[in-house]
Design a protein around this ligand. Structure first.
Ligand code: HEM
Length: 427
């Protein structure tokens, strides 16, 4: 079958200006054109896969070999659900210390606060010791640059453009070099100090290949660390920023959440209740689910299959860029009623049977699905519980202008934070 093409391609550039300029509108326009749509990234053909069933087939195909088969990530161990309870207490402590630094009535740039909180959490929890702390400092400066560039590069029409000495490429290379040097230093210090602390870096350094028994090379350790730092910081910061953005604009939802927290906590602080108690707060879970539906952190995924793939009767050639947008999928009016509306109650148990399977995949699916889902969920539950049990949050002046790079963010998020008094909490 002939794959329908998207009109409006420019000579040489194809649809790149639209994808770069208004990415979210572009992926939704692609979605409206059919299950599989051909478009152009510069001179090359690319394919958008739109139907939930075909997206699932594409993601699961990773495991079946139509795209490179991934080995189990060695980092899986440190993100295992059995470790999460141990991390949860630290997550609460970090969040409480941060929220305590906000003055009553102050304007707080919540996007920046949340990003620095997620970097601090990943660094504190996954890297112990002084070498880990220094690495965390370098990560804070370099990860945003890497994330921005990785987003651009995933959609670059021609790889050679990345090698040009443009200011953007030079900044990217500088950030990479800083991170490489920091990781190399940390590896040397860990090797010198012993590797028994069970954190992320010592797990990677003591890991043996399942088949050959060989240790990971420094390069493999570096790749794993960078993958984790990129995948594990701005994603959660984005989800948390959007949750605060939505709650700050919806008094009713914010009050319901605070009532739920007040009842569950009584006179205790968030760090004094168990991780399981936080995860069982039903309204909070619905707020998180709805935030990740409206604003999935990774709004678009790409694959490059190394052999031809047949999808719904269409043949996609090997080596082509295949794009699918979680954002467009989760806002499809055929899959979700009133898709633009923030409605946590669509996730009430009695409503969810109406939501088709495969229509909701904020953490991806298949072998490349999110390794850090439980970590992220624990982090979101801890941070949101701490923020909203202690504060009421309202939009600040100026509002925010959403930014879409590799992640979609609410942009600068100035919010006015009012501390809740004990009387507010026990009213
Ligand atoms: C709300 C927060 C998060 C969301 C929405 C999210 C979403 C995703 C998605 C959609 C993927 C699949 C990418 C693909 O199929 O190409 C993914 C992969 C991954 N995520 Fe997450 N993630 C989040 C937080 C985290 C955290 C906190 C960590 C680690 C601490 C993490 C670690 C990873 C790793 C290691 C991968 C695999 C990357 C790869 O194989 O290339 N994620 N995530």
């Amino acid at each position: 079958m002939r794959i329908p093409s998207l009109p409006g391609a420019l000579p040489l550039l194809g649809h790149l200006p639209q994808l770069r300029g208004q990415p979210l509108e572009f992926v939704r326009a692609l979605r409206a054109r059919g299950d599989v749509v051909r478009f152009r990234l510069g001179p090359r053909a690319a394919y958008a896969v739109n139907s939930p069933a075909l997206i699932r087939q594409m993601l699961v195909a990773d495991a079946e070999g139509s795209a490179p088969v991934r080995r189990r990530r060695p980092t899986g161990l440190v993100l295992h659900p059995s470790r999460i309870r141990r991390y949860a207490a630290t997550m609460c402590e970090l969040a409480e210390a941060r929220v305590d630094s906000w003055r009553h009535g102050a304007l707080v740039l919540l996007d920046q606060e949340l990003f620095s909180l997620t970097v601090a959490t990943v660094s504190r929890v996954l890297f112990c010791g002084p070498a880990g702390k220094r690495l965390a400092e370098d990560v804070r400066g370099t990860v945003p640059v890497l994330i921005e560039q990785l987003g651009r590069r995933a959609l670059a029409p021609v790889g050679a453009l990345d090698r040009l000495p443009t200011p953007v490429n030079l900044r990217f290379r500088r950030a990479l070099r800083t991170l490489q040097e920091a990781v190399r230093r940390a590896i040397a210090e860990y090797r010198a100090d012993g590797l028994g602390n069970g954190d992320l870096l010592s797990t990677l350094l003591t890991r043996r290949d399942e088949e050959t028994g060989a240790a990971l090379t420094d390069e493999q350790v570096y790749d794993e660390l960078v993958a984790m730092l990129v995948a594990g910081t701005e994603t959660t910061a984005s989800a948390l920023s959007w949750a605060c953005y939505l709650l700050s604009r919806d008094d009713g939802a914010q009050r319901r959440f605070q009532r739920e927290l007040d009842e569950a906590l009584g006179r205790r602080e968030v760090r004094q209740v168990s991780h399981e108690t936080l995860r069982e707060l039903a309204f909070q879970q619905r707020v998180i689910a709805e935030t990740l539906r409206l604003y999935p952190s990774t709004w678009m995924l790409t694959r490059r299959p190394n052999s031809p793939v047949e999808l719904g009767g269409y043949l996609i050639p090997a080596g082509s860029t295949v794009l699918f947008s979680i954002y467009a999928l989760q806002r499809d009016p055929e899959l979700f009623a009133h898709p633009e509306q923030f409605d946590p109650d669509r996730w009430l148990p009695e409503s969810t049977p109406g939501i088709p399977r495969d229509a909701y995949i904020p953490f991806g699916s298949g072998v490349r699905g999110c390794a850090g889902e439980q970590f992220a969920r624990a982090e979101m539950a801890a941070f949101l519980s701490v923020i909203f049990s202690r504060c009421t949050v309202r939009p600040g002046p100026g509002g925010s202008r959403p930014v879409t790079r590799l992640m979609s963010m609410p942009g600068a998020l100035p919010l006015i934070v009012r501390r809740r008094t004990p009387a507010d909490r026990h009213r």
